[in-house]
Design a protein around this ligand. Sequence first.
Ligand SMILES: [Zn+2]
Length: 250
Amino acid sequence: MIRSIDKDGTSFYAYTTEKGTNNFICPVCKHDVILKKGKIKIHHFSHKVKSECINQGETQLHLQTKLAVYNHLKANKDVSKLMMERNLKQVIPDVSFLYKGNYIAIEIQHSNITNELINKRMAHYRNKNIFVLWVIPDDIKYIKDQEENCVSPRLWQKHLHTMYFGNIFYIKNNIIDAYKYSGYTLNVPYGEWYEQGGEHIEVGGYDKWSKRYRTLEKKLLNCDILNNFKAVIRPTYKNIPQCKIWTLKN
Ligand SMILES: [Zn+2]
């Protein structure tokens, strides 16, 4: 985690905090945390004692991306109430803020997650009237074949793709690239032979849609989190209950 609090509830971000006399605690479980300010890793807090707290376990890339998004938004005068890891009890958005009348949350997803958990979090956000953008650090595209732009997306990535009307958002620092998964065809090679009775058998020689692979199609590169997105109430569709999304403008 990047943000801790003290006993009065004041926030401290790891990169602007010096080691000192403060007793830092986790905003979620309220247990003691330690400030880690090394030379290599992103400055962060970690629980003093191993715990089951949900506010932990993020990768370095996750922390780095969160920080980049936060710093980018901080420079915009239309953004207010900006915070990292806001404790909303059931959900802890990586970055959340108010922009032109809409509350927006950025969820950076850098590990596997179930579709059920995504839906559950979206229900909490919907009830709190927050529009959500899920972004995926650029290194987990699951590329199978670079030349053919062939990827092997995980179930949760396909779920997000459907949720955002056929968009998947990869992020590098604060820059977002919007892609679309489209069908990928596999060739079934042609073969022929004669059965013992003399019957001529022919197989294959055609293309079929792959269940596993998708072609990654560019939609819009270098998107800005504010300028290229809009708030949309997404109606229920298949296994996606009604939710509030911050999604690509048409
Ligand atoms: Zn905790």
